[in-house]
Design a protein around this ligand. Structure first.
Ligand code: TPP
Ligand code: MG
Length: 335
């Protein structure tokens, strides 16, 4: 197997061959993800959420571009910044807000208020809270899928911080040794809660770790949705051909605090302003306007569709009941 550890690629130009309609769809999902996050923050500030609120501001291009490279029978193991990936894989707004608002008719039947859910019908296995513990699980699914000859690929995500947990090594090494159809994305958004990457690792690039496992590794601009799509599509196709796992590091910035209760005051002054210039939505919008794929008319239509869709889902969730207290332990433990 040939090994590539490319340097951070240029962010201009695309090999994607995406149609204009597909590029518009990517733009739609970027905006949908961000508007969902904004709605989640509003609900949190209104005291309508049961627990914390985690958003993906700045991570949208990574979440959307990567999941867009998957087919229906592929598996998605996202982490807490990847609402955009849930949406691309087909999750409904209703289910997202029922889950966020911890209602009894949510996918976890009110047992959780975040993306910690599974939806086997869509092959989405939302993150387990313990960082990196999901990697060996996702690798296990890749093994099961290979044994069943499903021709499916597993896409899994981890943060810069989570990539330093031991499970990362065990999971990725196992995927490499067994030559599994597995793609692992490290979302390097500069911080793990308040810890900057300089205090997490001294590796120049986290994708260089791929060399140690004998697999493909690449570091790319995680704010460029087309670049993310291109890279992930190539990795997914390679995995489907039986050529093993890929480690993809996407460089971006966590534009908000770790959660809604964190004001991110530890982030150096000016850093957020600097990264705003690389806002994933603005970047694609400029290209699409310039190419006359997007215009004021279809942009407005899209905004209205997004706003009304979210409004209806939030309303439905707010009107849905919480789970009755008596059955709180049901479905939590194996019978
Ligand atoms: C093993 C483990 N330790 C600590 C936590 C608490 N925790 C949840 S998210 C998080 C920060 C993760 O940082 P990173 O992996 O960089 O992802 P990011 O939140 O920046 O996207 C921490 C410390 C956890 N969930 N699991
Ligand atoms: Mg991080």
């Amino acid at each position: 197997m040939s090994i590539t550890a490319e340097r951070v690629g240029s962010t201009t130009g695309s090999r994607s061959g995406l149609s204009n309609q597909e590029r518009l769809e990517l733009y739609y999902f970027l905006r949908l993800a961000r508007e969902c996050d904004s709605a989640i923050l509003r609900l949190y500030k209104q005291g309508k959420m049961v627990g914390g609120a985690y958003t993906g501001y700045g991570n949208e291009a990574t979440a959307v571009g990567s999941a867009y490279a998957l087919e229906d029978n592929d598996y998605l193991f996202p982490m807490h910044r990847d609402l955009g990936a849930h949406l691309v894989k087909g999750q409904s707004l209703k289910n997202i807000f029922l889950q966020q608002l911890a209602r009894g008719n949510s996918l976890t039947r009110g047992r959780d208020g975040t993306g910690h859910y599974a939806d086997p019908a869509l092959r989405i296995y939302g993150n387990v809270s313990h960082l990196a513990a999901m990697i060996p699980m996702a690798v296990g699914v890749a093994l099961a899928s290979k044994l069943r000859k499903e021709n499916a690929v597993v896409m899994n995500y981890i943060g810069d911080g989570g990539s330093n947990v031991g499970d990362f090594h065990e999971g990725l090494n196992m995927a490499a040794v067994m030559n599994l159809p597995f793609v692992l994305i490290i979302e390097n958004n500069q911080f793990a809660y308040s810890t900057p990457t300089s205090k997490q690792h001294v590796a120049q690039k986290l994708s260089d770790r791929a060399l140690g496992y004998g697999i493909h590794g690449v570091t790319i601009d995680g704010t460029d949705v087309i670049k993310v799509y291109d890279t992930c599509r190539a990795a997914v196709e390679r995995a489907r051909r039986g050529e093993g796992p890929t480690l993809i590091e996407t460089i971006t910035m966590r534009m908000h605090g770790h959660s809604a209760s964190d004001d991110a005051s530890y982030v150096p002054k000016g850093m957020i302003e600097e990264w705003k210039k690389k806002d994933p939505i603005d970047r694609l919008e400029k290209v699409l306007l310039n190419d006359r794929v997007l215009n004021e008319v279809n942009k407005k239509q899209m905004e209205e569709k997004i706003a009304s869709g979210i409004e209806a889902a939030v309303q439905f969730a707010l009107e849905s009941p919480y789970a009755p207290g008596e059955d709180a332990a049901e479905g939590v433990y194996a019978p």
